[in-house]
Design a protein around this ligand. Structure first.
Ligand code: DMJ
Length: 564
């Protein structure tokens, strides 16, 4: 009974008569209902407004994203896009070239991804042990050395990530005795090239920072720099194994880069003035120079290790200064050196391969480093500065030497070149030191010869060398050198110049010549393209460089011409 009474009393609230009898409660209920409805309506309106707002924001994000992408396309893929535009206008972009370019790009992505995965921020990747190594003091050499390659290949994402690393993590304050030469050509050169290509001042600022740390190396009695310097305390020295001497290539291969950064007293130019004082008629200097007296020792003369890029920069500083009278002494010195080089040229038997000997005192040795295979490219590049007869003679020499260098590759079982070669009578060429560390010199020369002669054979040779790298050097985690080009036994190092130079030159073999045209750009010895600037006599170099530091100068195609 009690249960029946209680349920009846609950249901009475639902009966209208209950409220009709109690008007205050009815009023209260009505007011509560109206308030609740208003509250719900208000929340729903707010929600709708938020949804509208969100939809607007979403579409704004989409719009901004596409703007950013468009912008990136313009800046990052400017060159890649131009490859196609130019091809349409000037020459047909051969489908085989396009396919090969993609294959080289894929190789670069594989090298880069492996470095990113196993050695990010360290100088170089050791692919077999899947680890990194700081061969240059921990300056992220592979990142800095690769910036322009990524840019030229249109690898946008990779370039942005590298740039962020440069902005946030590249720290030069390292208590480390750095090689002035290696740091200049890889780090200063890499940053300057990234600046010249992208116009992003971040790269120039970083280049100035590291160049400032290197400058005390030039404070020697003769102006010939010491080869090593501590990046924190600025104390320079030469290694004991050189007997206190400075190495010729190390002392004479900073002008292109340092002149682009900073030149208060032009120490880097004084080196050349000093060497020019006693420059021999044949323009050949021994590989060791006394930093006190500024004179050569009695060491070997070579276009290979420790001599090579000194000769290269005599030509390239002249080109970089736009061949004006302010830089003509560089060209004069280079021409003397080419006389000297010609005096070292011999031919093998039985096949008459042309090679460049080394010289000690008055005796020649029949040995040539693969490093000296940059010479065919350099000679071809400089040949146009001679009268037509000389020009032809030098171009022919360049082509003959390139054939020899190509055969350094073709004559081994792996089709990769050894580090140096000996030429014994009746035996043509024999590998001496048999390693291959992914060096670029031969493909560099093939690149110049293709650009300067238009002969497609050089592209084929470059492609064959690329395939040999793919076959022997590609591993799951990057690219390695070979301990022995006869057996194919692999080493454990992906040198930073593989991405900086070797792959870049091979890639450029398959792009139209309007990509980094040689009348607007000059490559430093680490393959970093720097813009040519006209140098005028008596003009303060600081001012010239200030002009160059003006915001981004867009890359122009060859037919747009030069502005300076
Ligand atoms: C690079 O660092 C430069 O090309 C340098 O001039 C010589 N050696 C290596 C590549 O072999």
């Amino acid at each position: 009974m009690a249960r029946t009474r209680s349920s009846t009393s609950k249901w009475r609230y639902c009966h209208p008569s209950y409220y009709l009898k109690r008007p205050k409660r009815l009023a209260f209920l009505l007011v509560t209902f109206v308030c609740a409805s208003l509250l719900v309506w208000d929340r729903q309106t707010l929600l709708r407004e938020h949804e509208d707002e969100l939809a607007k924001l979403k579409s704004e994000v989409v719009r901004l994203k596409s703007l950013v992408e468009e912008d990136n396309d313009k800046t990052m893929n400017g060159i890649a896009a131009r490859v196609h535009e130019e091809a349409k206008e000037e020459e047909v972009d051969d489908p085989i070239d396009a396919e090969r370019r993609e294959k080289v790009k894929e190789a670069a992505i594989h090298a880069w991804n492996s470095y990113e995965k196993y050695a990010w921020g360290q100088d170089e990747l050791q692919p077999q042990s899947k680890s990194g190594i700081n061969s240059f003091g921990g300056l992220g050499a592979t990142i800095v050395d690769s910036l322009d390659t990524l840019y030229i290949m249109g690898l946008d994402e990779q370039f942005q990530k590298a740039k962020e690393w440069v902005a946030n993590s590249l720290d030069f304050n390292k208590n480390y005795d750095a090689s002035v030469f290696e740091t200049t050509i890889r780090v200063v050169g890499g940053l300057l090239s990234a600046y010249d290509l992208s116009g992003d001042k971040l790269f120039l600022d970083k280049a100035v920072d590291i160049a400032d740390r290197l400058l005390p190396a030039w404070d020697t009695p003769s102006g010939i720099p010491y080869n090593f310097i501590n990046l924190v305390d600025g104390r320079p020295h030469n290694p004991s194994w050189t007997g206190g001497f400075s190495i010729l290539a190390d002392a004479g291969t900073e002008q292109l880069e340092i002149l682009n950064v900073w030149c208060t007293t032009c120490q880097v130019e004084n080196v050349i003035t000093q060497l020019n004082k006693n420059f021999p008629d044949d323009g050949l200097l021994p590989i060791y120079i006394d930093p006190n007296e500024g004179k050569g020792s009695h060491a070997t003369i070579t276009f290979g290790a420790m001599g090579d890029s000194f000769y290269e920069y005599l030509l390239k500083v002249w080109i970089h200064g736009n061949k004006t009278s302010a830089v003509k002494h560089y060209r004069e010195m280079w021409e003397k050196s080419m006389k000297g080089l010609s005096s070292l040229v011999r031919r093998t038997t039985p096949s008459a391969f042309t090679y460049i000997c080394e010289k000690s005192g008055s005796s020649l040795s029949d040995k040539m480093d693969e490093l000296a295979c940059f010479a065919p490219g350099m000679i071809a590049l400089g040949s146009s500065g001679y009268d037509s007869e000389e020009s032809k003679k030098f171009l022919t020499l360049a082509e003959e030497l390139a054939w020899t260098c190509y055969n350094f590759y073709q004559t081994t079982p792996t089709k990769l070149a050894g580090e140096n070669y000996f030429f014994y009578s009746g035996e043509d060429m024999s590998v001496g030191t048999s390693w291959n560390i992914l060096r670029p010199e031969t493909v560099e020369s093939l690149f110049y010869l293709w650009r300067l002669t238009g002969n497609k054979t050089y592209k084929e040779w470059g492609w064959n060398i690329f395939q040999a790298f793919e076959k022997n050097s590609r591993v799951e985690s990057g690219y390695v050198g070979l301990k022995d080009v006869n057996t194919g036994v692999k080493d454990n190092m992906m040198q930073s110049f593989f991405l900086a130079e070797t792959l870049k030159y091979i890639y450029l073999l398959f792009t139209p010549p309007s990509v980094i045209p040689l009348d607007e750009w000059v490559f430093n010895t680490e393959a970093h393209p720097l813009r040519i600037v006209t140098r005028k006599e008596g003009r303060d170099i600081e001012r010239i460089l200030d002009e160059k530091r003006k915001p981004f100068i867009r890359l122009r195609s060859r037919k747009e011409g030069r502005s300076d």
